[in-house]
Write a protein that binds this ligand. Structure first.
Ligand code: ADP
Length: 457
């Protein structure tokens, strides 16, 4: 079968939806292809917090920030390997993209709370209602329906089609039922297929350390298809060895722990001996490495009710909380002693650690690890202790794009008719993506891709 559109977008995560909507808004006919039975990709299961300097919540809370500071943090957070021009586009346009989500897509963000993810100078991450991508993806889907953008699930893109002049003019896809469909794209194709964290073979090919001994936080569809399809028709790829583990994940399943977002509100990390070993707001790669250097290659995150009450993560992630408790990976207890006993942590040493942190709160300085955020005095129970391990989370490498989201070939030339945005691209985050920057990335560059592809003749 053959179907004709102006624009074909591959992958119904955040980047794909943003591209499809902008292209449609500009007057193009658009189809969105998704290989899985359900939409949303990693965008759906993420916390979906979004960094945006000078956002409206910062304004209300009187937090001073600047696009320049977001730019500097992002570049530095990736060891200055990210492309500066791309990081500039990201940080200059993140707030616009956040306002677009709020005003046009009707995504609800918390009006009074922000996260300061590791590596950021100030709290600048907007938090969607429910602290997950469900709020974002639900609203994107509703808007796409309203705009009459067809979203074809169980339709896997398998090959990019070029014409004689080398222009990308369509996509060959296969449905779950086995039907082959050629989607012609008069104006162009946008690749928004996400990363490759769930593809163990591909991980090992580019970074052998991250083999099957690591679990992944990612959805099963995160297998690098767009990178492979692009490479096949001459697209350049880069930075493939840069694969990020998220430090605080469920030791049984590898699933990211959002209950443990108390870390951004003052929870501390300790090892089996009850001792701190890393700054809790360090970069994800640094914390992951530090955890793997501890006895047993795991860590415990410790907080009390006072810290828990700030972000209420136990309430907003009730299902995850119940699961962790059932699996014995999280304990809530009235006394620290009882909580520590569950994991065989020596309570006197743990109490010493907490007393020391409480001292830092009083003196205003963490002389051990120089915590850059706000540590909170933890005196009273109930206490929470959660066991955690690092798990593969984000692949920073991928297709080479320019600031207009054109996919480039190995000579640095644009491949006509081909655009890409989101985790499938490899030039924004350098060696390490900072928390809250993926959502900014997918919406900033997804929108640019949609606008530019629709503007093609
Ligand atoms: P991003 O954050 O960059 O938008 P996501 O992981 O949220 O990435 O979304 C990518 C989506 O692309 C997922 O829903 C995934 O299932 C889908 N996808 C991956 N490969 C293909 C493919 N070959 N054809 C269609 N959809 C794909």
């Amino acid at each position: 079968a053959v179907q004709d559109y102006d624009v074909v977008v591959i992958g119904a995560g955040g980047a794909g939806f943003a591209a499809a909507m902008e292209a449609k808004k500009a007057g193009a006919s658009v189809v969105l292809l998704e290989k899985m039975p359900s939409i949303g990709g990693n965008t759906l299961i993420s916390g979906a917090e979004m960094n945006a300097a000078n956002n409206w919540v910062q304004e209300t809370k009187g937090i001073k920030d600047s696009k320049e500071s977001h730019y500097q943090d992002t570049l530095k957070g990736g060891d200055n390997v990210g492309n500066p021009a791309m990081v500039r586009v990201l940080t200059d346009n993140a707030t616009n993209a956040a306002e677009w989500l709020k005003d046009e897509i009707k995504v609800e963000f918390l009006s009074d709370h922000l996260f300061q993810f590791g590596g950021h100078s100030v709290p600048r991450a907007l938090i969607p209602k429910g602290h997950t991508g469900a709020e974002v993806v639900t609203k994107l889907k509703a808007k796409a329906d309203q705009m009459q953008i067809p979203v074809k699930t169980e339709t896997k893109a398998e090959e990019l089609l070029k014409n004689d002049e080398g222009r990308v003019v369509g996509v060959k896809a296969k449905t779950a039922a086995g039907q082959e469909i050629t989607f012609n794209a008069k104006k162009g194709v946008v690749i928004a297929t996400g990363g490759f964290g769930s593809n163990v073979e591909m991980r090992k090919k580019y970074n052998p350390i991250l083999d099957e001994s690591y679990m992944s936080t990612d959805t099963p569809g995160t297998t690098g298809d767009g990178i492979v399809m692009g490479e096949k028709i001459g697209a350049a790829i880069t930075n493939m060895e840069s694969i990020q583990t998220y430090p605080i994940c469920n030791p049984k399943t590898g699933v990211i722990s959002l209950v443990a977002d108390t870390r951004f509100d003052g929870a501390i990390l300790v090892n089996q001996s009850g001792k701190r070993f890393v700054e809790e707001l360090e970069r994800r790669d640094v914390i992951s490495k530090a955890i793997l250097a501890q006895e047993g290659k795991y860590a415990y995150q410790v907080w009390n009710q006072a810290v828990g009450d700030i972000g209420k993560t136990v309430d907003v992630h009730k299902d995850e909380y119940d699961m962790l408790v059932k699996e014995g990976m999280l304990i809530k207890a009235d006394t620290l002693e009882e909580a520590a006993k569950h994991f065989n942590i020596p309570v006197t040493d743990l109490q010493k650690t907490i007393d020391r942190v409480n001292g830092f709160v009083k003196n205003g300085k963490d002389v051990d690890f120089n915590h850059r955020g706000k540590l909170i005095e933890m005196k009273e129970g109930p206490w929470y202790i959660e066991k955690a391990v690092p798990s593969v989370h984000h692949t920073m490498g991928g297709l080479v794009i320019d600031p207009e989201t054109h996919v480039l070939d190995n000579n640095g030339k644009t491949i006509a008719g081909l655009y890409a945005a989101g985790e499938v691209t490899g030039v924004v985050h350098g060696k390490n993506r900072l928390g809250g920057n993926a959502i900014s990335d997918i919406f900033v560059f997804g929108r640019i891709a949609g606008q530019n592809v629709a503007a093609q003749k």
